[in-house]
Design a protein around this ligand. Structure first.
Ligand code: SAM
Length: 512
């Protein structure tokens, strides 16, 4: 690593969405200034994804991507790929800490590597990634509310951020970028909001870690400007980033904090809402090959599926006053659909806006990765047909009260509270709703807008809505892949953040 490279330490890396944004930033001299020195991830499959992607990056830099594309094509195995490029593999294996690692459990190994990297690097360094706070998340809290034995103070996930502070104390980075769910703003432990406390801790990490002296940090927002000389406002700022305002085809709202070490007298820019147009679901995924869903609990074939979907069209056409005009032909499935496609035949028909075309498409890649549907029950397919048709005609996704009684699932909470939008179609002409890791459980919140495909989104479609490049492969089985995609920071948003961090460091160092 050169002195003017920016060392990146990525914690809780998931599949590497945040890291991808930083690692892909290209400066005016056509260099990639951000170099990921280490990624820490405890999940085996996310770790595999990170390692494969790290391999891709290094092989690209060295101009030897042939093996990588052969791997994507299924011509060689992942092991063979790594064996045939041992030097690259050794380097990326080190970057991902030689295996999955858990903060809190494998601290000796993790801390030693942080020390080694930071002590040997004279240039700028940054820390990215946020501790996962499922316990803070709104969903987590409503689930826990019914659990009499749940004691928030004893939930160790509340305190994973202290592991983060510990690394902050060791690495003393110039800048940190910490991401979290919006629920962190309102989460309470023993009736006290925890967010102000987190801000305080991040401003003065050594008060908590009691380890080596750590400098203080000024916390900035990426959506609300701090004025010169007005540094006492950290707890009054708005930290909520609405991804759809920044060219992402998804209404993902996340808290992102930017910490700047106190000796750096620069105020960061904020994200610019006026650069990229809004992007709809159809623009983002419309070119991907059409697929049918599978049939669970039944022999699965195109003919059987086609029969079910056609029968559903018939059933819907006999229902009255259901809020939509059911034209059966509109619901007739496409001919000869498969559950999986690997060749991207319609690539040139894509409607991606310019910024995402450049970011997502790879001219060398004629494949579609991770594009295979899951199976659904017959009764759910009827609901999917209805939702897709409703979304198309009414331009919103039907809630429980909009469903015909005949289609209501046998669920006691169906008409109340959080279950009444148990089925949600992702509208063609709007941005998607948040792609969460719940997508790994079932597809009900992620119904494809096209009634003739009658299915939920594939991993690749979810990855597109998260702005992962098409050559980004997700390892593990389909459930693992969905979880990874749902967990990530949209890489294209991360790239915009990296630009702000680069500009701040450049102003400070002058010679980057
Ligand atoms: C929200 S995801 C991070 C997403 C990532 N920043 C991205 O943009 O792709 C959080 C990740 O932290 C990992 N994780 C949770 N606890 C961990 C721990 N104690 N040590 C290491 N990784 C952990 C989870 O497996 C999960 O993949």
């Amino acid at each position: 690593m050169k002195d003017n490279d920016i060392l990146v330490i990525d914690l809780f890396s998931g599949p590497g969405g945040l890291g991808e944004g930083f690692a892909s930033y290209i400066d005016d001299n056509k260099n990639y200034p951000f170099k990921i020195g280490m990624s820490v991830e405890k999940d085996l499959h996310a770790h595999m994804t990170l390692t494969t992607r790290a391999f891709y990056r290094l092989a690209k830099q060295k101009g030897c991507l042939d093996g990588y594309y052969q791997y994507l094509n299924g011509k060689i195995s992942r092991n063979d790929l790594f064996k045939s490029h041992e030097e690259i593999y050794r380097s990326v294996f080190k970057e991902t800490l030689e295996g999955p690692c858990e903060l809190g459990k494998d601290n000796d190994h993790i801390h030693a590597r942080v020390k080694e990297l930071t002590e040997n690097h004279n240039g700028p360094k940054i820390l990215i990634g946020g501790p996962p706070c499922q316990a803070y998340s709104l969903a987590g809290r409503s689930r826990n509310a019914g659990n009499k034995n749940y004691v928030p103070k004893e939930d160790h996930r509340h305190f994973l951020y202290k592991e983060y502070l510990q690394i902050l104390s060791i690495a003393k980075p110039d800048v940190f970028v910490m991401e979290n769910v919006r629920g962190i703003l309102t989460a309470k432990v023993e009736n006290q909001l925890i967010f102000p406390q987190i801000l305080k801790d991040l401003q003065n990490p050594s008060e908590i870690t009691e380890s080596e002296a750590c400098p203080s940090y000024q916390i900035y927002s990426l959506v609300e400007k701090t004025e010169e000389g007005d540094k006492s406002t950290a707890d009054k700022l708005n930290y909520l980033i609405k991804s759809e305002e920044f060219g992402i085809p998804q209404a993902r709202h996340r808290v992102i904090l930017l910490g700047v070490r106190e000796d750096i007298q620069q105020i960061p820019d904020i994200l610019d809402k006026n650069i990229y147009p809004k992007v709809s679901v159809k623009e983002a995924i419309g070119d991907l090959p059409k697929l049918r869903s599978g049939l669970s609990k039944k022999v699965d074939s195109y003919d059987a599926w086609q029969e079910v979907v056609s029968k559903n069209a018939e059933t819907l056409s006999k229902l009255h006053n259901i809020g939509v005009d059911v034209n059966k032909t509109h619901l007739q499935p496409y001919k000869d659909l498969n559950r999986k496609e690997t060749v991207h035949k319609n690539k040139s028909s894509n409607q991606l806006p310019k910024h995402l075309k450049q970011w997502i498409l790879d001219p060398e890649l004629n494949l579609v990765l991770n594009h295979e549907t899951r199976g659904h029950m017959e009764s759910d397919l009827l609901r999917y047909s209805f939702c897709a048709l409703y979304g198309e005609q009414r331009r919103f996704s039907p809630k429980a009260e909009n469903f015909p009684t005949k289609l209501a699932p046998q669920h006691q909470n169906w008409n109340s509270g959080s279950y009444n939008d148990r089925f949600r179609v992702q509208l063609a002409n709007k941005e998607a709703t948040t792609i969460t890791s719940h997508i790994s459980k079932d597809g009900h919140y992620f119904i494809h807008y096209d009634p003739k495909q009658c299915r939920s989104l594939t991993v690749r479609e979810a990855a597109r809505l998260q702005t992962f490049p098409d050559n980004y492969i997700f390892e593990g089985n389909r459930t693992n892949q969905y979880t990874q995609v749902g967990n990530a920071v949209p890489p294209f948003l991360a790239r915009q953040i990296s630009e702000i961090v680069f500009s701040l460091l450049k102003k400070h160092y002058g010679n980057l």
